[in-house]
Design a protein around this ligand. Structure first.
Ligand code: AMP
Length: 121
């Protein structure tokens, strides 16, 4: 599988500082910011700073340091967002996953009971 990264995608532009974001947390390898169209009281996106298209691309090719930095960001976002009662982590991927932005991002959703994992029917 080859992964072609588009450096003009909106999250790449956020990482370059060309588009503002509401930062929740940042470290050397990851940035977390509020989703612009929140679907729950807590809706934070966590992205790696490296050029990875998708979760499987990141899992395959990111270094151990990048992966550790990303996972630390997940922990810090959950702590900062106060999702003690639970949350959902979603990584929409390519066509079947209905991924809109082709830079790997993990949605952290919480702050209410989220209902079924997928619409039924
Ligand atoms: P996905 O369908 O998983 O690719 O989701 C992309 C997400 O990015 C959506 O939830 C959008 O609301 C969100 N989004 C798009 N542009 C921005 C932006 N400039 N700042 C924050 N979130 C954004």
């Amino acid at each position: 599988m080859t992964f072609d990264y588009d450096p003009q995608n909106i999250f790449a532009r956020i990482l370059r500082g060309e588009i503002p974001n509401k930062t929740v947390y940042e470290n050397d390898h990851a940035l977390a910011f509020h989703d612009i169209a929140p679907q729950a009281p807590v809706h934070v996106l966590i992205i790696p700073k490296g050029a990875y298209v998708s979760f499987d691309h990141f899992a395959r090719d990111a270094s151990a340091e990048e992966q550790a930095g990303f996972m630390l960001a997940v922990a810090e976002v959950c702590r900062i967002a106060g999702v003690e009662d639970g949350f959902r982590a979603i990584a929409n991927t390519r066509k079947h996953g209905v991924q809109d932005v082709p830079h790997f991002h993990l949605h952290i959703l919480g702050g209410r009971v989220l209902g079924p994992m997928l619409p039924r029917g």
